[in-house]
Design a protein around this ligand. Structure first.
Ligand code: UD1
Ligand code: UDP
Length: 356
C-alpha cells in the first residue's frame, strides 16, 4: 500500500480528518501528525475519542505561539519525520498555521501535496488565514475544492490541473450522523431549550477577539436577541472576556455560556437552532446544511454560495446590523446542497489512489 501522511492541528481539522481518515485507509497506509496547535482536551483529544479517529502517530506539541514561531516549530518537527520516512503523498486541511507549515514541509521534501478545501480566499491579507491559504495553494499538486467558487478562483490564478470540486468533507460527517444529530432531543431538554427556540453562537476570529470594541458589540448583540443563546466559548475568546472583566455580560443575561462542546452535541444544537450567530467557517457551513439561517459575525466569508442562496448574512461584528438582520430574517426557498452530497471523502481517496 502507498503511504499517506495527514497533518492536523486545530479543531476543525480533527473533524475533517474524522471524515477522511477511514476512507483513505481503504486505499493507503496512513500516518497522522498532530502538530499540537490545539491542545486543550475539549479542543483536541475529545474529538479523537468521540469520532474514533486513530491516535496520531506523532504529536509535535508545538502549543500556542506567534504565527511565525508556531509555523517554524511545526516545520522543524515535520522535517524530522519526513527525513526518516518517505511518504507518497501529504494531505493538509483548510488554512491554519498547521496547514501552511505542512505544505512547506511537503514541498521541501518534494512529496506530492493534496490540499483539502483548496481555492478559497478572503481577498484580505490582514486575515491571518489568508497567507496560509495562498502558500498552501501555490505549493499543492492536488486541489480538492469544496465549491465551484474554489475552482474558479484557482482558474483565475492559472491553476487548472488536478483541480476537483468534490464538495466539503465536513458535510460528509453531517450526512453520516444525520439521524443521531437531529434525534437527540434530550440535549435540548438538558439546557431547557426547545427546537427553533434559541440561537447557537460561536466567535473566535482574530479580528473579533483582538478588538475589544468588536467583541463587546458581538456579546451585547447576543444579550439583546430575545431568545436564549447557547455560546460554547473558544479558549481564545474566553481569555479576552476574562482579561476585559466581562464575565457578568455572560452570567446576567440570556446567554448560556459553556466550554467548548463535542462534535455531535454541536451539530444537534446547530440543527435545532432558530439561527446561528458565528464567525466560524465550519459552523456557517453546518448551519447551511441543516437549513438553519446564519448571521456571519465577520466582514467576509469564503462560503459565498450560502450567502447568495440567502441562508447566511454577513453583518460583521456590528451590533445594530446583527439585530436589524435578525428582525428581517426569512427562511429562503432555495437550498441546492451546494456544499456537497456527503461523498467528498470517498472522491478524494479515489482520486488520490488513482493518481499517486
Ligand atoms: C486557529 C486557526 C483558525 C481556525 C481555528 C479553529 C490559525 C492562524 N488560525 O485559530 O483558522 O478557525 O484555529 O478553532 O491557524 N488556545 C488555548 N487552548 C487550545 C488552543 C488555543 O488556550 O487548545 C488559546 C491560546 O491562548 C492561543 C489562542 O487560543 O494563543 C489562539 O489559538 P491559535 O491556534 O493560535 O488560533 P485560533 O484562534 O484557535
Ligand atoms: N465545534 C465543536 N464544538 C464547539 C464549537 C464548534 O465541535 O464547541 C465544531 C463545529 O461544529 C465545526 C468545527 O468545530 O464542525 C468548527 O471549528 P472552529 O469554529 O473552531 O473553526 P473554523 O471552522 O472557523 O475554522
Amino acid at each position: 500500500m502507498k503511504k499517506i501522511l495527514t497533518i492536523v492541528g486545530a479543531r476543525p481539522q480533527f473533524i475533517k480528518l474524522a471524515a477522511l481518515s477511514p476512507v483513505l485507509r481503504k486505499y493507503f497506509s496512513e500516518t497522522i501528525v498532530h502538530t499540537g496547535q490545539h491542545y486543550d482536551y475539549k479542543m483536541s483529544q475529545a474529538f479523537f475519542k468521540e469520532l474514533q479517529i486513530p491516535e496520531p502517530d506523532h504529536n509535535l506539541e508545538v502549543g500556542s505561539d506567534s504565527a511565525c514561531r508556531q509555523i517554524a516549530s511545526i516545520l522543524v518537527g515535520l522535517d524530522d519525520i519526513l527525513s526518516k520516512e518517505r511518504f507518497d503523498v501529504v494531505v493538509v486541511f483548510g488554512d491554519t498555521n498547521s496547514t501552511a507549515a505542512g505544505a512547506i514541509a511537503a514541498a521541501k521534501h518534494q512529496i506530492p501535496l493534496a490540499h483539502i478545501e483548496a481555492g478559497l480566499r478572503e481577498f484580505n491579507k490582514h486575515v491571518p488565514e489568508e497567507s496560509n491559504k495562498l502558500v498552501t495553494d501555490i505549493l499543492s499538486d492536488f486541489y480538492f475544492a469544496p465549491t465551484d467558487t474554489g475552482v474558479s478562483i484557482l482558474a483565475s490564478m492559472g491553476i487548472r490541473d488536478h483541480v476537483y470540486n468534490v464538495g466539503d468533507v465536513m458535510i460528509d460527517l453531517d450526512f453520516k450522523y444525520y439521524d443521531q444529530i437531529v434525534g437527540n432531543k434530550k440535549l435540548l431538554a438538558k439546557h431547557s431549550l426547545t427546537s427553533k427556540g434559541y440561537f447557537f453562537a460561536t466567535t473566535h476570529r482574530a479580528a473579533n477577539t483582538d478588538d475589544p470594541d468588536r467583541l463587546r458589540q458581538i456579546l451585547e448583540a447576543f444579550s439583546e436577541v430575545g431568545k436564549p443563546v447557547v455560546f460554547p466559548i473558544h479558549p481564545r475568546t474566553r481569555k479576552v472576556i476574562g482579561e476585559m472583566g466581562w464575565d457578568s455580560l455572560l452570567t446576567e443575561s440570556n446567554i448560556i455560556a459553556i466550554d467548548p462542546i463535542g462534535y455531535l452535541d454541536t451539530q444537534t444544537l446547530i440543527a435545532h437552532a432558530y439561527a446561528v450567530l458565528t464567525d466560524s467557517g465550519g459552523v456557517t457551513k453546518e448551519a447551511y446544511f441543516f437549513k438553519v439561517p446564519g448571521i456571519i459575525l465577520d466582514t467576509q466569508t469564503e462560503w459565498v454560495e450560502t450567502v447568495r442562496e440567502g441562508w447566511n448574512h454577513i453583518t460583521g461584528p456590528n451590533k445594530s446590523e446583527i439585530l436589524e438582520t435578525l428582525r428581517n430574517l426569512r427562511i429562503p426557498t432555495t437550498h441546492t446542497n451546494c456544499l456537497g452530497d456527503g461523498t467528498a471523502s470517498e472522491k478524494i481517496a479515489q482520486i488520490l489512489s488513482k493518481n499517486i
